[in-house]
Ligand binder design. Structure first.
Ligand code: 5GP
Length: 193
């Protein structure tokens, strides 16, 4: 097991409905040295790529994307969830359905902060059905930017998102892939990588 799998096995809590709670170290209270290690690990995995920007989605993606951007020495941009409808023009817009809240949000990124010259590394905390990542890919593509790859802290391998993104031909690196989990016993099984 790698450092993140070990931490998930120790402190992750399996909830009914295929939800894994990691709010004691990643989603609410944050273990900063773990975040730094995540940043170093994504930097190691994408070192050969020319990254000019790290792109994520608020709120929980920010904590992961921040140390990654620091390792690469580039800005981090996060897509904002927006309720207003009249935002086109200055903004790239995508619609994202939330796995945890089951509602749809428009997410926006200012055109000032993403351009056709950018080579983007997309980062998020979880991958379930892939809606958040597809929204971020669509924003990067609207800008004409190049998606160099996608980095996920925890992929739930029993949901379709990972397969969808890999089948689209993107390089997707997940630090931990949960193969299955049992809400009754709390047991979590990881995919061998
Ligand atoms: P997707 O868009 O891939 O269906 O879901 C990814 C988003 O939903 C992530 O940004 C994450 O915030 C949230 N999410 C999905 N599954 C889980 C989960 O099991 N636990 C937590 N804490 N968040 C999740």
């Amino acid at each position: 097991m790698n450092f993140l799998e070990e931490r998930i096995a120790k402190d992750g809590i399996v909830k009914p409905g295929n939800v894994l709670k990691v709010d004691s170290f990643l989603n609410h209270q944050m273990d900063i040295s773990l975040m730094d290690e995540i940043g170093r690990e994504f930097h190691r995995r994408f070192e050969g790529s020319c990254i000019t920007k790290v792109l994520t989605i608020e709120a929980s993606g920010i904590a992961i994307a921040y140390p990654v951007a620091r390792e690469f020495g580039v800005p981090m941009v996060f897509a904002k969830k927006s309720k207003s409808i009249n935002i086109e023009g200055e903004m790239y817009v995508a619609e994202v359905e939330s796995f945890t809240h089951k509602n749809k949000n428009q997410v926006i990124v200012s055109k000032k902060f993403l351009t056709a010259e950018d080579h983007v590394l997309i980062i998020d905390d979880f991958l379930a059905n892939g809606c958040a990542l597809q929204g971020l890919i669509s924003i990067a593509e609207s800008a004409g930017a190049t998606v160099e790859g996608l980095g996920i802290a925890i992929e739930k391998g029993f949901q379709i998102g990972g397969r969808v993104i890999r089948n689209l031909g993107y390089r997707l690196e997940s630090l931990a892939i949960v193969e299955s989990m049992d809400a009754q016993t709390g047991t979590i099984w990881f995919r061998q990588q």
